[in-house]
Ligand binder design. Structure first.
Ligand code: HEC
Length: 180
């Protein structure tokens, strides 16, 4: 009995020390990782604050943008986007869901009475705007040809067979909407 009495507290102390070490080690590890992270962030900032490195980095960051605008400037005369693309980018904002009471793309019931006005009238309405339909779909940068192409594309989705005016430059292979 006395031997047992003696052993018991010893084990408890050992266990206590192990638990204490473990308890200190876990938060210690976390603190160590946080310090490493902060040092790592500071190291990146130090490199950035070097004027030469910073300049190189800025140039690298803006280069894609600069290249795009350069190639745009070299592209020469404006090439009209295809009707399909204009519809996707501009007109579908309303016409895909019939917003504001717009005739939905592909909805023959909505489009048929409008189609009977004829292509020219539809194009002039789309260009100048009519009631809730904003001029050029609200995008003043669209050319006449792009608006006309978009009208043809949308109307043809509803069964019309309008022919979009030929784009000015011949570099638009997608100008002819694929027959479906
Ligand atoms: C802000 C929403 C909106 C956008 C964007 C929009 N439309 Fe419309 N569109 C309308 C509405 C609303 C009508 C129905 C107007 C009415 O008849 O009262 C309409 C009607 C039309 C009509 C039929 C006009 C007629 O005389 O019946 C055409 C064609 C048309 N839109 C073409 C376009 C084209 C092409 C684009 C893109 C360049 C475009 N729309 C973008 C809202 C929009």
């Amino acid at each position: 009995m006395s031997a047992h009495d003696h052993d018991f507290p010893k084990t408890t102390v050992t266990q206590f020390l192990i638990a204490l070490l473990g308890g200190l080690f876990a938060p210690g590890l976390v603190i160590f990782m946080i310090i490493k992270m902060v040092l790592g962030i500071q190291a990146t900032h130090l490199i950035d604050s070097d004027p030469v490195v910073a300049t190189v980095k800025v140039v690298e960051r803006i280069r894609p943008v600069a290249e795009v605008s350069l190639s745009d400037a070299n592209a020469g005369p404006h090439v009209d986007k295809s009707g399909e693309l204009v519809v996707k980018e501009v007109c579908s904002a309303c016409h895909a869901i019939g917003a504001l009471g717009s005739p939905k793309i592909g909805d023959k019931t909505a489009w048929t009475p409008r189609l009977s006005q004829g292509y020219e009238t539809l194009v002039s309405h789309a260009t100048a705007g009519i009631r809730q339909m904003p001029a050029r779909g609200g995008n003043a940068e669209l050319t006449d040809g792009e608006v006309a192409g978009a009208v043809a594309y949308m109307a043809n989705q509803a069964g019309a067979n309008f022919k979009a005016p030929q784009p000015k430059a011949e570099a638009a292979p997608a100008a002819e909407p694929a027959k479906k």
